[in-house]
Design a binder for this molecule. Structure first.
Ligand code: ACO
Length: 376
């Protein structure tokens, strides 16, 4: 496009779709899924209930929840060829690459793979949510040279995740904290990865392809990859006493501080406020209060010096670490939460689709004649 550009760099502030899923008030620092405040959901709901709200619109009644939970449990196993593929991968492979491969391969075995009807997509959303959790844990254990821990038939979604990761039944307090963090990650309006999934679906491609694209988008350090980067920063700092010198150095080097800043929230990210409390409890209970104290000091110093707010990925880092999640699994865990939101957006996109096809503002050379090879 060469006439009047109308360029909005980074699509800041551009409204790209209608959605009934997530009410994000950036100025007020408030966030609700279908009208339910996220702090209340993190405190009282389960991830299964949140997935039901996102996909079906309402909180499930007891009998609905029982049936829905049974379907999620039944969908947990992953096909043997996916486990075989994990065994063929280099042990050093980035777990996000293994996860992206999982989304594609699960599509190859999904009975509804090419069916974009609402009911088929609901079934795929449910299967992907259960199966990606299994895939993350199975790949992790295989890369450690262990056998995968088969999914439980009775534990809830989050308890089962921690069980499949470690092979041991997790404590109720760890399950609660992990479940709350999956809830906080479940949905976030038109963020980069969700937008990616919607762009892919808008071509009438299928849900597994859209999710594989979303996984590629979320892994970058400006998006979900920031959580892992926060933990690596805390490890680099090493002790609470080193925070001041680190911040001074980082500011002098104009370094981008991971876990800080947000495109939409100005006053504060409401998810970070909830995660702050969860991280404090988990760090103290696991005898790793140092990471929390370091994070709080870093937050204070960066906020004072640059006015930057911590985003969702800041306090989730010490929280996940205290829960025993390996640092390179932080982003896969974020996907394990976000899958419910991605797939809910995909249900919306297929329901009221129009190809997403923006324009580019052309800045290259003017028209010129082609020069044959022998004359160049
Ligand atoms: N560290 C240092 N400076 C920052 C940071 C940061 N984390 N965030 C923003 N800034 C500064 C920029 O340098 C820029 O300053 P300038 O105008 O003097 O050049 C200004 O604030 C605006 O920054 P942009 O990058 O243009 O803001 P944008 O809205 O595009 O980016 C983003 C938002 C990507 C989240 C940014 O704040 C960032 O890079 N944060 C660190 C990575 C991170 O934590 N990402 C996870 C975000 S949550 C999620 O998953 C989407």
């Amino acid at each position: 496009m060469s006439e009047g550009s109308g360029l909005v760099k980074g699509l800041e502030g551009v409204v790209a779709a209608e959605t009934a899923l997530c009410d994000l008030d950036g100025a007020g620092g408030r966030l609700a899924y279908r009208g339910y405040d996220i702090a209340e959901l993190a405190r009282q709901a389960t991830y299964e209930e949140v997935a039901h709200i996102l996909w079906r619109g309402e909180l499930p009644a007891r009998a609905q929840l029982d049936g829905f939970t049974a379907e999620l449990i039944a969908a947990r196993p992953i096909p043997e060829p996916l486990l075989a593929a994990f065994r063929l991968l280099p042990k050093t492979v980035d777990p996000m690459r293994a996860l992206q491969l999982s989304a594609s391969l699960l599509g190859a075995f999904d009975p509804d793979a090419a069916d974009n009807s609402a009911e088929a997509n609901f079934r795929k959303a449910l299967r992907l949510t259960s199966q990606l959790a299994t895939a993350i844990c199975a790949h992790h254990r295989i890369r450690l040279g262990k056998d995968p821990a088969p999914p439980s038939k009775d534990l809830g979604h989050s308890a089962n995740f921690l069980f499949m990761l470690t092979g041991e039944r997790p404590s109720p307090v760890n399950v609660r904290a992990f479940d709350a963090s999956l809830i906080l990650y479940a949905e976030h309006e038109m963020n980069a990865s969700t937008f990616t999934t919607r762009v892919i679906a808008s071509t009438l491609s299928d849900m597994h392809s859209a999710v594989a694209g979303g996984i590629g988008a979320i892994k970058g350090s400006l998006h979900g990859g920031a959580g892992e980067a926060v933990m690596r920063t805390l490890q680099e700092i090493g002790t609470v006493e080193n925070v001041d010198a680190f911040v001074e150095r980082a500011l002098a080097q104009k370094r981008r501080l991971m876990g800080f800043g947000h495109r939409v929230y100005r006053g504060g990210d409401p998810r970070a406020a909830v995660l702050h409390g969860l991280a404090e409890e988990a760090c103290r209970q696991s005898g790793q209060g140092m990471w929390f104290e370091m994070a709080v000091k870093l937050h204070e110093q960066v906020n004072r010096a640059k006015g930057l707010i911590p985003n969702v990925d800041f306090y989730s880092a010490p929280l996940f670490y205290a829960l025993g999640i390996p640092v390179d699994l932080f982003t896969p865990v974020i996907v394990a939460g976000r899958i419910a939101g991605w797939t809910a957006h995909l249900l919306e996109q297929y329901q009221d689709n129009r190809l997403i096809r923006p324009r580019g503002h052309y800045t290259g050379p003017g028209r010129r004649p082609f020069v044959p090879l022998e004359k160049r």
